[in-house]
Unconditional design. Sequence first.
Lengths: 152, 152, 152, 152, 152, 152, 152, 152, 152, 152, 152, 152
Amino acid sequence: MSYRVLVLHGPSLNMLGQREPAIYGSTTLKDINARLEAYANAHNTTIVAQQTNHEGMLIDWLHSAVDTYDGVVLNPGAYTHTSVAIRDAIAATGLPVVECHLSNIHAREPFRHTSLIAPACLGQISGFGWRSYILALDALLGHLRARDQNNS
Amino acid sequence: MSYRVLVLHGPSLNMLGQREPAIYGSTTLKDINARLEAYANAHNTTIVAQQTNHEGMLIDWLHSAVDTYDGVVLNPGAYTHTSVAIRDAIAATGLPVVECHLSNIHAREPFRHTSLIAPACLGQISGFGWRSYILALDALLGHLRARDQNNS
Amino acid sequence: MSYRVLVLHGPSLNMLGQREPAIYGSTTLKDINARLEAYANAHNTTIVAQQTNHEGMLIDWLHSAVDTYDGVVLNPGAYTHTSVAIRDAIAATGLPVVECHLSNIHAREPFRHTSLIAPACLGQISGFGWRSYILALDALLGHLRARDQNNS
Amino acid sequence: MSYRVLVLHGPSLNMLGQREPAIYGSTTLKDINARLEAYANAHNTTIVAQQTNHEGMLIDWLHSAVDTYDGVVLNPGAYTHTSVAIRDAIAATGLPVVECHLSNIHAREPFRHTSLIAPACLGQISGFGWRSYILALDALLGHLRARDQNNS
Amino acid sequence: MSYRVLVLHGPSLNMLGQREPAIYGSTTLKDINARLEAYANAHNTTIVAQQTNHEGMLIDWLHSAVDTYDGVVLNPGAYTHTSVAIRDAIAATGLPVVECHLSNIHAREPFRHTSLIAPACLGQISGFGWRSYILALDALLGHLRARDQNNS
Amino acid sequence: MSYRVLVLHGPSLNMLGQREPAIYGSTTLKDINARLEAYANAHNTTIVAQQTNHEGMLIDWLHSAVDTYDGVVLNPGAYTHTSVAIRDAIAATGLPVVECHLSNIHAREPFRHTSLIAPACLGQISGFGWRSYILALDALLGHLRARDQNNS
Amino acid sequence: MSYRVLVLHGPSLNMLGQREPAIYGSTTLKDINARLEAYANAHNTTIVAQQTNHEGMLIDWLHSAVDTYDGVVLNPGAYTHTSVAIRDAIAATGLPVVECHLSNIHAREPFRHTSLIAPACLGQISGFGWRSYILALDALLGHLRARDQNNS
Amino acid sequence: MSYRVLVLHGPSLNMLGQREPAIYGSTTLKDINARLEAYANAHNTTIVAQQTNHEGMLIDWLHSAVDTYDGVVLNPGAYTHTSVAIRDAIAATGLPVVECHLSNIHAREPFRHTSLIAPACLGQISGFGWRSYILALDALLGHLRARDQNNS
Amino acid sequence: MSYRVLVLHGPSLNMLGQREPAIYGSTTLKDINARLEAYANAHNTTIVAQQTNHEGMLIDWLHSAVDTYDGVVLNPGAYTHTSVAIRDAIAATGLPVVECHLSNIHAREPFRHTSLIAPACLGQISGFGWRSYILALDALLGHLRARDQNNS
Amino acid sequence: MSYRVLVLHGPSLNMLGQREPAIYGSTTLKDINARLEAYANAHNTTIVAQQTNHEGMLIDWLHSAVDTYDGVVLNPGAYTHTSVAIRDAIAATGLPVVECHLSNIHAREPFRHTSLIAPACLGQISGFGWRSYILALDALLGHLRARDQNNS
Amino acid sequence: MSYRVLVLHGPSLNMLGQREPAIYGSTTLKDINARLEAYANAHNTTIVAQQTNHEGMLIDWLHSAVDTYDGVVLNPGAYTHTSVAIRDAIAATGLPVVECHLSNIHAREPFRHTSLIAPACLGQISGFGWRSYILALDALLGHLRARDQNNS
Amino acid sequence: MSYRVLVLHGPSLNMLGQREPAIYGSTTLKDINARLEAYANAHNTTIVAQQTNHEGMLIDWLHSAVDTYDGVVLNPGAYTHTSVAIRDAIAATGLPVVECHLSNIHAREPFRHTSLIAPACLGQISGFGWRSYILALDALLGHLRARDQNNS
């Protein structure tokens, strides 16, 4: 089967590569999107990737994904720890969403250990740099294939 | 007397009707606005209703209401529990604002029991589905009439 | 349809009018009951209003309402924040109960922001002085009419 | 030996059978008292059972039990979690008291995990429906017999 | 001047003398009332003393004191730590109330260190056995005399 | 009907009798097992009793009980307050488990008031010395008989 | 009998009369000492009063009181809420100490509700302005007389 | 040397002058910008000042400042207490940022005492009305001059 | 390159397939190991998989892996939330460890949101059923290949 | 106008230059005082600077400043987080006090984020090394000039 | 006199020397045991040293020490912070136990500051590397000698 | 080598022997100093011992030790739990400091379990009566010798 996946990057992820390489590595967001694209192509999947620093824009995009995409890979960035609104937006769409993080958020400051968004997601992957995105896409595709086999 | 009231709907309320009907019912936002309109017309009141997923937009609209409206009916959605900025914006306008919620937020998860916005509002109504809005408008009009009778 | 509604006033509400007018206004409990009565009459509804300072008496009255009333408007006063027993009594009756408060409890001291009783109620209205009661009765009647239309 | 035991039922236990059978079963308070009576008769014991929704009444009855009863089986209901006054009343009587609960309070909402009353009691039994009362009576009789054997 | 003072004893204080003498001494409530009476007589004051185990009754008595007494000496017993309703009742009366305790509540279990009632009282005296009452009456009379001298 | 019951004793319960008699009494674990055996024999029940200081061993035994026993009497000792793993093991077996304690854990240090294990158990009995075990076995048998009567 | 009492005033009490009169009144420390002196003279008692802003000095004086005084009236001021050292110093002396406060510390900011010093004191009196000192001295003398009568 | 400084005003600061003058004074944002401009001109510095109610916009502007400005003066308004995203955006830019506030946030409600943003800033200045901005600009220039002298 | 990987399954994972299928699915541990084996074979990797209910055994196995394996895939089960000892054991080995969970632990009870073990791990994957293990192995291999390419 | 300002340095500030230069820089207290002196001279102001490690001494000096100084620049050092007494001393003097810190206390350990002293101060400046003092003096002078212009 | 001492090393201490030398140094467990042995020989003492990663095994060994040893030197490793069971096991044995740690646990992460085990121990020594063990043995011997001199 | 060590005794330690012997034993401070002196003499070490009740004095002495002593043995007494200032003073001196306590502070009231001073110390010894001091001196000398051997 062929799937369409929306990839959403949250606040400050546009700064990747310039930003604190000791924590986040030197890969840029463009690099990550290119790798996701290549992986998607090789697995019969179309992706669209978007970045924003606005909490409300992430919500707008989640809503508009309802009829266009089969699922979402979401890195909510710092909104992970403060946004009830994104969590409610995910629940409202009913789409399967995989949450991912470049760094291992559970090994950083205590306020980064809690995800307000996780309860509305399929699962969470954190700590593997740019590979977190590939793993998240892979996890989403695995979920979609299993669901569609059960339903067929 | 005749009043002008601004009705503000917060994040994901545009999804109403599609969204988790077990919690929020099958009424759409358009239905709610129509009922508010009808109620307003019957009570010599003009309303304008707007929805946004952006915290900053809610603040912009509150500010711009200062010279145009007599009061505000506000459903801040998930921002109820996380936004000090909306609370300060209400205080800055000096307008009477009634906070309302479709579901009984005090009967849901603990993090939904606290409203950061309530201290800047006239009062709060929660738990009556679309009727929460009519009750809120009614409460606002009651407040405005009492104030204007005392001042006249 | 015609409905019977029990109105319960909790501790110290008998002192209304004498008591801290800066917070609670100068309306007396007798005034409130008269306004409720007038509103009820105009809406084909019978009300009985009772006041007590005893937590146990509120529970007794809630229990005995089961076969006599269609719903309850309850202002639990200070027991709002300390009584698990009233919450359990409401759950035990299965009656629709609307919780109301004269002042906006969410804008006062932090210990008044939490209602132990709300999880067993239909909804909560707070902050509109004596109008909170009228709004609560209106909310209850709206709920009863909708329920009976769905069931018929 | 022959013993006299006071059985006290706290708030809303008079509603048993009508009340949320998924949690509390369909047995009524009258049924429970009859079973306790039968068990007591078979074990050379007299019981008196009383129910009240009033915290103060539970205290009155505990005080008056001092010269009349050998011990108390107490289901404090929702007062378990909020009443320091009942705890102090038990300490004041010096009587052995066994606390019991129909449902397993430690498996319900967190605020039901804490008993303010337990520190003044012999022990606590919770989670076995009407059998919690029989077990509590049995535990009390076991305690009384052991005490009297040691003293004799 | 001559004053009328209401003395209110809360839950389990009727058990004084029988109850845990290591903490509360062997004086009975009757003894305390007699000493208060003697002291009052010697200071041109009339007192009435009442005891109850019911939170609601304490509130009833506080309310009815408004036109009959100049002030209240109140030992709220265990309700000190759990009753917002008594605190609100004191505020509603507007009478000067002195809170007193036989034992030093600040030196016992942590949950006894907090008085929900103190914010509505003139002051608090705790730890002097029956003398706490005499000191409380003395404190109340001092306050009344100072107030009346300022007003005359 | 005839039942097979597994009795599990947690850490340091092998020290009973030598260990702090002021809290736990002078009865040994062998005595308790003998009394349980006698009680079981008189009620058409087979028991096997085992003790270990190892959390993992308690889990092993719970797992292996699935096909061999009808229910479990469990005194988790100090693991009551720290073991999520035992709680999950009970849930995994699906067997009815009654939690019991020699001392009244709700009357000791605050950290002993919380049982992480209780949410997976039928009920909890604490505070009656060796009789807690007999009461727990009795509670389990009562549950099994009621279940089997309903199913037959 | 005749007694010697040390009166200790803690930090900033030397500023009395100049300092926030809305809370503390216009009486100076000199006035308070004069009134204490007069009261002491009338009751066969010698007092010495001292003030310091140094936590360490309060401790020195408490230590040196051991052989010279029969008891202490102590207003620890702001150290009330932060000083474990003064509490230990009181315990070390073995002298009866009465803690007093001008304002009702339990009715002010939450951090003033906790006294670290109270557990080592006979009792606490707060909220009666300068009369708090007279009441404290009275309470101390009552205690000393009762103790000496029992010992004689 | 000559510097370029970005001045960012957060939510509701556009309302200055209209908004709660008791807390914020009667100066408008335009006045503040004019004073900053004058000060900057006199110190060989160029400033650009911008205001927004949108959290995401503040992040956009911080990012785009990287190659254009030497530092930032930031008044995050209510986002000070809720935005991890702005903190991360500052860290991502690597620019020196001085946080400033009109009112003394540490002397207001407790939830305003914590700045989530401060850990990523050079320093914080709060409580001096419009002068807070001048002091902040001054502090930033002092820092830049010292840094450049060390590097030259 | 070719790698050797140790797969460790924690408490109650041996019950998989029998255990609460609504949460954990019907796949058995044997199935998971077979799928891991197949995946490993296809990627030039050798795996050994072991399960235990004993915290200490997990630590023993981690220690003994130091010279034998290139990395570890670890599902610590319920010990995730209570074991500092496993965290320290991981730090002691210096091996790269990927933590994985069948269910999305961040969407379950609050006490399951915190991993004491995560700070010592490379990253965490949770919520994808048996696929969590494949993703974890994939993440580990990605890490090992990247590390070895950098070192070569 | 000409002003007299007291500069108070709290505990361990005499060690400046020797003490953790990574946090506090290599400037000595003498250097800071010299720079303050120079700045004061250039702005028609007299300063006296004093340092102490004694909490009580800071309080003495604050008290004695009442008639001699127009305001105070205070670096309370570690007492910032524990001293209610200094806060009360500031309130007692009625003098305008500006709190300052060398390091950005809001970016260090959590216990340094709370200032018990701030509520009694005009404002707070932290994080600019020795320049914090100059900024604080500048802020104080700005406040004094504005106050005197309004009063003249 | 001659003493027999059991030395117990908890989880991961077998890894000493390989494990994080920056925190724990390069000494191995074998080295520590040899130094303890030498010290014991020189002080007329026999020691046996054992290491385990199993919480239950530490409990087994403590129990079996009752009749064989005069006291225990215990480094509970990571179980220090999570094991109520070891604490209860120590209390059950009645043996004097000295708790020791290589690193200064009070200067590391906050969750390492609390020892659940300390309340059952004679005392605690932490932070001196391998010398902590010698000091602990020395402390234990000092205690034993003092006890035996008092008893003889 | 020969060393000079400063021994500092905090508040109320001068009362040793008179003070709560159940907790602290009957040894006086003079005895402890004599034993320390003897031990020091036997190990080629000079000690000076000082006691104060003043927090500030401890800080002065720590500062002045920089050039005169090789290390410090410090019993901070009650300041252990409240003094950030002493901790900073230790950090400022750069001297090795060993913290010691007569009683096992971790086995007493919860507020004594936290040492604010420990993070700046080499290590902590508590619970061995006067022997705690000898052990502390021994620990300090061990550290100094190891350091000097490494440097030579």
